[in-house]
Design a protein around this ligand. Sequence first.
Ligand code: G6P
Ligand code: MG
Length: 220
Amino acid sequence: RKRGFIFDLDGVIVDTAKYHFLAWKKLANGIGIDFTEHQNEQLKGVSRIESLKKILKWGKVTLSEADFNKLMAEKNTNYLSYIATMDESEILPGVIKALQYLIDKKQPIALGSASKNSVEILNKVNLLNRFDAIIDGNAVTKAKPDPEVFLKAAQSIHFSPENCIVFEDSVAGIQAANRANMISIGIGEASILNEADVVFKDFTEISTDFLEKLLSVTKS
Ligand code: G6P
Ligand code: MG
């Protein structure tokens, strides 16, 4: 029995939100806008361009296209300086065990992420070779909650959507998985991810028995 397993990256495999926070805060403060952890929460799963649009809206700031693009580039340069320090120790608890279980069972695994830095990050934490396909921000035109990223990920591992299982930490990502007609597994707070088919706090709560059961489920 086989299913297609699709993993989001940020917040599921690694906690990069803290680095996004530092980079967005620096950018926002630099143009006189406050930026809080609470606002950072709302940028989870949101593409870089949409994130900057939101920050400008919160701060009631309008920019020329040239300045907008300059800030986008600066944000990423700053973010990449944090990424540069990452290693295996930043892989979230239980993730390697789950990935290894699926690999041992010969299940295909794809990445479905909004990030344009996904290969860089997976390389840093030494997980790139565990994925059969990478669909990320460079491969899609529509951001989550649009299902494009997950539909492309399913195609890339040759599975129909209802036989795919998505692990996601963001509300937009859970909505994208549901719209794609895939099983959505929330990683985080059940009260926030209430649209998911099932929610776990983190991968340490996901047993191999549960993963085994997933091999025979189909989204209905
Ligand atoms: C993920 C993160 C978002 C981030 C987006 C784009 O979805 O949760 O916070 O904005 O990826 O990431 P990037 O690395 O391309 O800036
Ligand atoms: Mg995420």
